[in-house]
Write a protein that binds this ligand. Structure first.
Ligand SMILES: [Zn+2]
Length: 172
């Protein structure tokens, strides 16, 4: 079976990022025993990567360069924010230093109850500097790997717009 809209593809993939200053970093590595599953045509998969995967079958390899502007765009200074330190307090009022330290990722909820992933940049006396940029922002990407499996999406998966595990078994 070929990867097409309405299928679920399992892919082993490594994403390499290269920033403007030449720094290279491996962001995501999923091997063939632990592939990445996605519902083709209904995910937040990078469109250019998804296009490159269309038509491939199990055991086909891929190697796709995705420029920054086709991926997650530049790293934006306005996506950095200084938040009051008291929102990071534990119930007893002390600062949550175990979870809030430079380099750690946190899920923060806004007034509407939406969750946003952000990285701790630095901790000051009154504020914590957070970076709300996507982790892949500011990088040209190279996505390479192999197709592990392709199957037809179940009706539930199509209705929900997401994958229900390797065999389409409902998980929630
Ligand atoms: Zn579901």
């Amino acid at each position: 079976m070929k990867i097409a809209p309405g299928t679920v593809a399992a892919i082993a993939m490594e994403i390499m990022g290269k920033s403007a200053d030449g720094t290279e970093k491996v962001f995501q590595k999923r091997d063939e025993q632990h592939p990445f599953y996605f519902l083709v045509g209904q995910t937040d998969m990078i469109p250019m990567l998804e296009d490159a995967l269309l038509g491939l079958s199990t055991t086909d390899a891929f190697d796709v360069d995705v420029a920054m502007n086709q991926a997650y765009g530049p790293h934006r200074a306005e996506q950095m924010s200084d938040l009051p330190i008291d929102i990071f307090s534990l119930p007893d009022g002390s600062f949550d230093s175990a979870h809030v330290s430079p380099g750690k990722w946190l899920n923060l909820e806004d007034e509407q109850g939406h969750s946003h992933r952000a990285k701790v940049v630095s901790v000051g006396d009154a504020t914590v500097r957070m970076d709300f940029n996507h982790p892949l922002a500011g990088y040209d990407l190279r996505c390479s790997g192999v197709v592990v499996d392709v199957r037809v999406a179940t009706p539930d998966e199509r209705a929900h717009g997401h994958v229900h595990g390797p065999g389409g078994v409902h998980h929630h």
